[in-house]
Design a protein around this ligand. Structure first.
Ligand code: AAO
Length: 483
């Protein structure tokens, strides 16, 4: 009985808490980058997953069968799975001769990947299509170089070739056929938009076993555009959404340690700011797997390492109407290349779920932190309601509602928020979802409540020294209505 309960607890967390989907690490065969001289817990760096060997679905995280099982269970629970797709390149030229995580043989000197198969005619550098002296990308001002040369020595595929396009499209079709709902296209900036378009054009609608007829894969492309380079995000927005790296940078400016902006200035945050793409084109996020450890780009973004600031930033992201938001869920690390918690064979561990619902075993699971977890449902309840009742102290405190559905207060200041504010909400006694959880069946709150009067006003108090420097209310968590 206990085991069954635990099982249901595990599969029933994301859906009931309002999370719509999960982005998974690249699910295809990758290089095994064993570094015998490295520290025991980092012998297999995380980033080997970004060095494809073939499109077989077998990785350090599990087998094809295990992936299918997970996708099916998640689809049944109403949670979609989005795969991180690495199609710009294969592994690094430094890999030499070896076999990948599914046992496929490769030889980088010969440009041979037997598991696909690819050979030298399928890559840009050996065909002389890269214009840099060493086959590498060094000049981000030159779009030909960015798209035809090797990124960090990763063997750049010639995606203008019909054969290569078809192999990638076959891989993506395989993913959708098992119920995967869409893709993050890794390194899309390093692929010609026309090539991405040709590949996506080969895909069929999503299978009707899990999706409505006529559904297309949800696509978001990793295009790092912080300005000052030749390639801009808008070259890709007709193909799907783009990862808006300016978003996390901008929000972090208000919330991270030493940030230079004030939350009081964020009343107009959105598409008009800092040349961010229109909100309908954006995938919004605070940090990602690269910039939380100093890889990639985005500058100094706030991460789980500063939990108070991070809760503020993610609460703001989920409360503010811009883009499709993505919440990061991490494992703890000391060195930036350290791989995930794993067993003696470097197979990634399942995160153990502790009594209080948090993760153990080295997993951070930010998405299970109470404020972040409860904000997922908050955003769903807010829906398309506009921002109303904006309040700020002109400094680092702000509060606002989304219509009359949801209200949030954020405190990054040196003083508590202690004010009577218009929450925009119907009168009632609300569960403070930053400090307690609401049980819908019994209409009870495990933490303190906040009373909203008939005019929508409430005495709002948010301690600046609290671990939870936010206040979260919505109409789905009312202990007693119509006071
Ligand atoms: C590893 C080793 C390499 C080795 C290679 C082959 O680290 O030393 O040569 O293997 O054996 C990940 C890791 C890499 C790793 C790779 C393969 O992060 O370290 O290489 O797996 O195992 C660029 C790309 C972007 C990419 C990002 C990391 O544009 O696509 O670098 N992200 C994705 C994934 C990432 C993955 C790959 C791609 C590869 O998310 O996990 O790599 O599949 C500028 C450009 C950016 C560029 C950065 C970094 O950014 O604009 O496009 O990102 O440089 O070079 C300011 C500027 C900003 C600038 C930034 C940094 O912020 O405003 O524009 O500074 O200069």
């Amino acid at each position: 009985m206990k085991i069954l309960e635990l099982f249901y607890k595990l599969i029933r967390f994301l859906g009931p808490n309002g999370f719509g989907g999960v982005q998974i690490s690249p699910p295809n065969e990758h290089r095994i980058l064993y570094q015998p001289d490295w520290d025991p817990n980092v012998k297999r760096p995380w980033y080997e997953s970004y060095q494809p060997i073939s499109y077989k679905l077998e990785t350090r995280r599990g087998t094809r069968g295990e992936l299918i099982d997970m996708v099916e269970r998640c689809n049944k629970a109403g949670v979609r799975i989005y795969a991180d797709v690495v199609a710009n390149h294969m592994c690094g030229t430094d890999a030499g001769i070896g076999t990948g995580s599914a046992g496929s043989a490769y030889d980088t000197e010969q440009y041979s990947f037997s598991g696909v198969p690819f050979s030298s005619g399928d890559f840009n550098v050996p065909q002389g299509k890269c214009n840099s002296h060493d086959g590498q990308i060094s000049n981000y001002g030159d779009p030909d170089q960015v798209r035809n040369c090797d990124l960090f020595g990763l063997m750049d595929l010639d995606l203008s070739k019909e054969y290569v396009r078809q192999k990638v499209a076959d891989y993506l079709s395989d993913l959708t056929s098992i119920g995967i709902a869409g893709f993050r296209i890794d390194a899309a900036k390093h692929m010609w938009p026309a090539d991405v378009q040709a590949i996506l054009g080969k895909l069929k609608d999503l299978p009707t076993s899990y999706f409505n007829p006529g559904s297309r894969p949800f696509v978001y492309q990793e295009v790092i555009d912080l300005g000052g380079e030749a390639i801009s995000s808008t070259e890709y927005t007709h193909l799907g959404r783009v990862t808006e790296f300016r978003y996390g940078r901008n929000v972090s400016e208000a919330f991270r340690d030493g940030g230079s902006n004030h939350i009081s200035n964020y009343e107009t945050f959105g598409s008009g700011w800092d040349n961010m793409v229109p909100e309908g084109d954006a995938l919004a996020f605070i940090d990602n797997h690269d910039n939380q450890r100093g890889h990639g780009a985005g500058g100094k973004v706030v991460t789980h390492i500063d939990p108070q600031y991070y809760k503020l930033a993610v609460t703001y992201m989920l409360a503010w109407p811009y883009g499709v938001p993505r919440v990061m869920s991490s494992y703890d690390f000391v060195t930036h290349w350290q791989g995930p918690p794993s067993d003696g064979n470097y197979v990634t561990d399942d995160p153990p779920i502790l009594q209080d619902g948090s993760c153990g075993g080295g997993w951070v699971c930010e998405h299970r932190w109470r404020a972040i977890k409860n904000m997922a449902k908050w955003r769903n309840i807010a829906g398309n309601e506009p921002v109303k009742n904006w309040w700020s102290n002109g400094n680092q405190q702000a509060a606002f509602s989304r219509g009359s559905k949801a209200f949030v207060a954020l405190n990054r200041d040196d003083n508590p928020i202690s004010a009577k504010l218009n929450t925009g909400l119907p009168s009632g006694e609300y569960c403070d979802l930053a400090r307690g959880d609401f049980d819908d069946a019994s209409k009870t709150c495990s933490g303190p409540t906040v009373t909203v009067d008939k005019a929508g006003n409430a005495d709002i108090y948010v301690d600046n020294n609290s671990d939870e420097p936010v206040l979260i209310l919505h109409v789905g968590a009312i202990v007693k209505g119509w006071l």
